[in-house]
Design a protein around this ligand. Structure first.
Ligand code: NAD
Ligand code: SER
Length: 313
């Protein structure tokens, strides 16, 4: 039972649940939500164990339902998933966790009339998408991971609950390791640059992808969840949001501003294929118009923040 209304500040009822809370996004989102609503109001869960986080497997429908009802959850951030590289190695598991897991969470959200955030990805786009991806375009991803995200966006519109999502670009952060994605080279490169002075990059140097600093992604997530439902259009299943786009070579050059002796070699593997099927840039005027989205971090600012913060660690 919720003992004090004061912990919820601008929320009238209920606690907040985060699934997949120990991942790259969850680590920072939980911190931010606890700042906003108070520690006790935010229940962090993951399939792995850690302090301040309880075990919850999103494949366990009954356990999710019980937690949501008993803890009076009225807002859910559903981050448990397999990312692209891990997902393509285990397509069946990827489908189960990303789609069946989401359906389980939707059922629990419905039970308690909870607002649900479920992330989408630039992986919803396929090779037929223009290089600058519009909000509305046919979604024909080549990866199983991308297909699970398209289904997630469709469920947002058909589930009958208040469900929202963002097509996150590749996310760059220093607080938690990246978890099995194709865009993870843009995180690994910093650790290798500082520890070894060299990185073997798994995509070509001319590979250009939409990327975003985690601070922008967390702010976007919370801003979207604060918007009244009636202000959002059918794009709410997965809003395009742009941070900045750069090639792997441009990232190296920006890092060399801090570490002039840093070297990088390029040895593309299977992840090149996934990267090549995604757009170079994102067109995000729908998110700007509907809920005021605007990024704050460009490439050089991301690099400055990453190098400064990783050096302190
Ligand atoms: P991550 O891999 O870092 O974290 C996912 C978390 O889910 C992990 O902590 C893992 O232990 C947990 N998990 C896995 N299976 C589970 C299960 N059965 N039950 C409960 N927890 C389970 O991923 P992330 O980068 O934090 O991504 C979170 C969401 O954002 C995902 O939906 C992902 O597709 C999406 N997304 C991420 C990026 C990115 O660049 N990081 C980009 C686009 C979309
Ligand atoms: N950044 C993610 C990945 O590379 C895309 O959702 O898997």
């Amino acid at each position: 039972m919720v003992s004090s209304m004061s912990v919820f500040m601008d929320r009238p009822t209920g606690r907040v649940l985060v699934t997949g809370a120990l991942g790259q996004i969850g680590t920072e989102l939980v911190e931010e939500l606890r700042q906003k609503y108070g520690y006790e109001a935010v229940i962090a869960t993951d399939i792995r164990k850690a302090e301040g986080c309880q075990i919850l497997d999103v494949m366990d429908k009954k356990a999710i339902n019980t937690l949501v009802v008993e803890q009076e959850i009225t807002e859910i951030y559903h981050l448990a998933a397999l990312l692209s590289a891990t997902g393509e190695r285990n397509p069946e598991l990827c489908w189960n966790i990303n789609v069946v897991g989401l359906e389980n969470v939707i059922a629990a959200a419905k039970e308690n009339n909870a607002r649900l955030f479920s992330p989408s990805s630039i992986a919803v786009f396929g090779p037929d998408c223009p290089k600058i991806a519009p909000q509305k375009t046919p979604l024909n991803p080549t990866t199983v991971y991308g297909k699970t995200k398209v289904v997630g966006e469709q469920l947002a519109l058909t589930s009958g609950i208040d469900m929202r999502g963002i097509r996150y670009p590749g996310l760059i952060s220093y607080k938690a390791p990246a978890g099995g994605g194709t865009t993870d080279y843009a995180v690994e490169i910093f650790h290798n640059a500082l520890e070894n002075g060299h990185y073997e990059c798994f995509v070509r140097e001319d590979t250009k992808l939409p990327m975003m600093y985690m601070d922008d992604a967390i702010r976007a997530t919370i801003e979207l969840m604060d918007v009244p439902f009636d202000k959002l259009s059918e794009s709410r299943g997965g809003y395009n949001i742009a941070g900045c786009s750069f090639t792997a070579r441009e990232l190296v050059t920006s890092i060399q501003r801090h570490l002039p002796d840093f070297t990088c070699s390029f040895h593309p593997d299977i992840r090149q294929k996934y990267a090549d099927s995604w757009p170079d840039e994102i067109e995000d005027t729908v998110a700007s118009d509907e809920w005021g989205w605007s990024p704050r971090f460009d490439l050089d600012r991301i690099v400055d923040e990453m190098i400064t913060n990783l050096k302190k660690k």
